[in-house]
Design a protein around this ligand. Structure first.
Ligand code: GTP
Ligand code: MG
Length: 411
């Protein structure tokens, strides 16, 4: 493969760094990267100048690379133009990421979501895939055999999209049930999030001693996994591992993985795992924050975990991050260094979310009364005819659970 990066003014990611990441993505697919180049965006309407494109085609040819990958998302017609100009097969960044996801999906839910993402990508580009068919059409306004065939194909894909959405909906409902079950045994939920390859699964393993696939590849985890962990103060929490994020995560994937990523929004505390040894860890961390906002999870409390600190001495940026941000812990998921401190900090963070809750608990929900006494400090308690009015200082995790339970079972 030959890679082409596009220089874009004002982008947080320099084209060369983004290109290095694309090379890593291609290698993850098992492809060999023969060479790469960075192009400046040409004048309006055109992505790269014609002359430059011919050059790239030639260079790719000399290096024996049949495919050119552009580090951007292309429309169908852009892709066709680039193929014509370079004389090579052209792929875009989104296709590479979609392919990795397709290889990695293990569970039914993961597979369904990837297929949905791929079809959403393919459908608007369908016309471009059979240019020879469309051209068979004959005179203007007539429907030639090519166009009819294309229409059939399009209809087939739309039908499949409908099926997929329905199936994913079922899976999602099942997931809802699981979550509801989890809420009934209310343990706080910690969710590991972070850039792909940051070390989330390794940390998950370290913290749960569970055997979850850890690989030095991008997007090793696509399906969330949840396990129980006991904090040093004997508090039980649930820990969930999730799919990694990446800059310019294809929108089709974000949309398709919404059900899976809903876990993130439900997290009582998010552990943002950062690869402190990565040269662009600051940009990666910023990207994760942006994606969180996109997922509607910007309001969740976050504890930052600087990982892989066995690999690098902490520089002044790390130290500054650790110092200014009391919600940051340095660890090595691989050697286990700092994991106790991390768990202690988790307990502190969970406790720090104490708030005041004033509610009326009906007598038939007496277990909630026990719960607020157990978990919080009851400040006031008035026994009424049908319910008890309580005011309690309690961790917001529990406060939310109590409120939710009161809503679920109408008094
Ligand atoms: N040196 C070092 N390597 C680590 C550490 N933590 C993880 N790694 C390595 O980093 C690579 C990626 O680790 P994973 O745990 O699979 O990363 P992830 O964040 O789950 O990645 P995705 O699921 O692909 O998003 C593996 O090769 C790990 O062995 C660490 O603390 N130190
Ligand atoms: Mg993982």
């Amino acid at each position: 493969m030959f890679l082409v990066g596009i220089e874009k003014a004002g982008s947080a990611w320099p084209a060369a760094d983004s290109l290095e990441e694309l090379a890593e993505l291609c290698r993850t697919l098992g492809a060999e990267v023969a060479g790469s180049a960075v192009a400046r965006r040409a004048a309006a309407g055109q992505m790269v100048g014609e002359g430059k494109l011919r050059e790239f085609g030639q260079e790719a040819g000399e290096l024996g690379a049949p495919i050119i990958v552009f580090d951007t998302e292309l429309t169908g017609s852009q892709q066709r133009k680039l193929e014509a100009a370079t004389g090579r097969q052209v792929l875009d960044r989104t296709q590479v990421i979609l392919d990795i996801f397709a290889h990695r999906a293990r569970t039914r839910e993961g597979k369904l979501q990837v297929e949905l993402a791929r079809l959403s990508y393919l459908l608007p580009r369908l016309a471009g895939r059979w240019p020879e068919l469309s051209r068979l059409g004959g005179g203007i306004g007539t429907r030639g055999p090519g166009e009819a065939k294309l229409e059939v194909e399009r209809r087939r894909l739309r039908r499949r999209l409908g099926e997929l959405r329905r199936e994913i909906d079922q899976v999602r409902r099942h997931r809802e049930l699981l979550r509801a079950g989890r809420r009934a045994v209310p343990f706080p939920l910690l969710v590991l999030i972070g850039y792909t390859n940051a070390g989330k699964s390794t940390l998950f393993n370290g913290l749960t001693a569970a055997a979850v696939a850890v690989e030095d590849r991008l997007f090793a985890t696509l399906d969330p996994t949840t396990r129980a962990v006991v904090l040093p103060n004997r508090q039980r929490v649930l820990l969930t591992d999730t799919v990694g994020f990446i800059q310019r995560l294809p929108t089709q994937l974000v949309a398709a993985f919404r059900a899976t990523l809903e876990e993130v929004r439900e997290g009582d505390l998010l552990l943002h795992v950062i690869d402190a040894s990565h040269p662009r860890w600051l940009e990666q961390a910023a990207t994760v924050k942006e994606i969180l906002a996109e997922l509607g999870a910007a309001d969740r409390p976050v504890l930052r975990v600087l990982n892989k600190t066995d690999r690098v001495p902490l520089d002044e940026h790390h130290l500054a991050a650790l110092e200014t941000d009391r919600q940051a812990v340095a660890v090595s998921a691989l050697t286990g260094r700092g994991l106790d401190r991390l768990l202690e900090q988790v307990a502190v963070e969970l406790a720090a979310t104490r708030c005041r809750l004033a509610v009326s608990i009906p007598y038939h929900q007496g277990d909630l009364l026990t719960l607020v006494h157990d978990k919080g400090q009851v400040l006031r308690e008035d026994y009424g005819e049908e319910s008890v009015a309580v005011e309690v200082e309690i961790e917001s995790v529990w406060a939310e659970r109590v409120k939710r339970r009161l809503r679920e079972v109408p008094g």
